[in-house]
Ligand binder design. Structure first.
Ligand code: MLT
Ligand code: MN
Length: 310
């Protein structure tokens, strides 16, 4: 059995975002059930219901733990079912939660060499006491078995895969050309399965494009969580909520000829779920035409607390 729990369905900023006064955010703050609030981007996965591995550590992790009984401490004075965290990139919405996971609790943190370097270059992450928190490098194309700090397997197999992406916003090098100094290890996707590889899903919360090799890889997959940041590439500009397009931020959009909905049409993925959804994206509103359109195209929109058992 593989249990998957959506801790946070929203992109950076969450929904509603602290400074957003758009209609959708106002509806969310008012508790409108058709505009459900979402915390920032993270999944939890477990093969045994006892050891949970977080895929990304969002700034909202404290609330996410409190909201999900599976992650509550269960034994003794200090305990956590969270055995490990696997990072897909160094974005604030995926690493800031590590700062909450201090307090001398055994933990293993897995990330590419590049993302581990980002952590080691930021001394604030030294609050993760190395006596208790192991930092373990992972490599694209090499599957690993996440294990607790003391080496006990969590019963999962995870393979990091290459996905087109962008270096974290705070590391962009304006002098490094069109890609701001992005290297392959800045962003990965994850293929998560049980040890036998029988139950499996893909997690790609940030993806800038779908080249042929990635399409081939995803074809026929039983379940894919995919970058749902924007409905349309220029939506932040059009809504006067920002100055950047999705392309500029390293995110595919749902719509348009090169959009996600079109790109997945022929892939035969059994279950497709949008995650990492920006507060400007109208699919967050359950009664919007855009939500209806993605549903008609066979997509689900993740929500906090969504549970899937494979
Ligand atoms: C992103 O997904 O593009 C980043 O999380 C943006 C950010 O750092 O706010
Ligand atoms: Mn993000």
């Amino acid at each position: 059995m593989l249990q998957v729990l959506v801790l946070g369905a929203a992109a950076g900023g969450g929904f509603p975002q602290w400074n957003s006064n758009n209609e959708a955010s106002r509806r969310a703050r008012a508790g409108d059930s058709m505009a459900p609030s979402c915390t920032q981007s993270s999944l939890a996965v477990s093969a045994d219901g006892r050891h949970w591995v977080l895929l990304n550590a969002s700034p909202d992790i404290r609330q996410q733990i409190n909201d999900n009984e599976q992650l509550h401490p269960k034994e003794g004075v200090r305990h956590s079912p969270i055995a490990a965290v696997v990072l897909t990139n160094g974005d604030v919405d995926h690493v800031a939660g590590l700062l909450t996971l201090r307090e001398s609790q055994p933990l293993a943190v897995y990330a590419t060499g590049r993302v581990l370097e980002v952590l080691s270059n930021n001394s604030i992450f030294n609050v993760l006491n190395p006596d208790f928190v192991d930092r373990r490098p992972i490599a694209i194309g090499t599957a690993f078995e996440p294990a607790t700090k003391d080496g006990q397997s969590c019963g999962l197999r995870i393979e990091p895969i290459a996905v087109p992406g962008k270096v974290a916003l705070y590391l962009e090098d304006a002098g490094a050309g069109d890609n701001f100094g992005t290297v392959e290890e800045d962003t990965v996707g994850l293929v998560v399965s049980d040890l036998a590889g029988e139950r499996l899903f893909y997690y790609l919360p940030g993806c800038a494009a779908l080249p042929a090799d990635l399409r081939d890889r995803l074809a026929g997959a039983p379940l894919v969580f995919f970058d749902g940041t924007l409905w349309r590439d220029d939506e932040m500009v059009v809504q006067k909520a920002g100055i950047k397009t999705g392309r500029r931020m390293g995110h595919m959009s749902m719509t348009g000829p090169n959009g996600t909905v079109a790109a997945f049409e022929a892939l035969g993925v059994a279950r497709k779920i949008f995650i990492h959804i920006n507060n400007t994206n109208p699919v967050l509103l359950r009664d919007s035409a855009e939500h209806e359109a993605v549903a008609a195209a066979g997509w689900e929109v993740a929500y906090d607390g969504m549970e899937i058992v494979l």
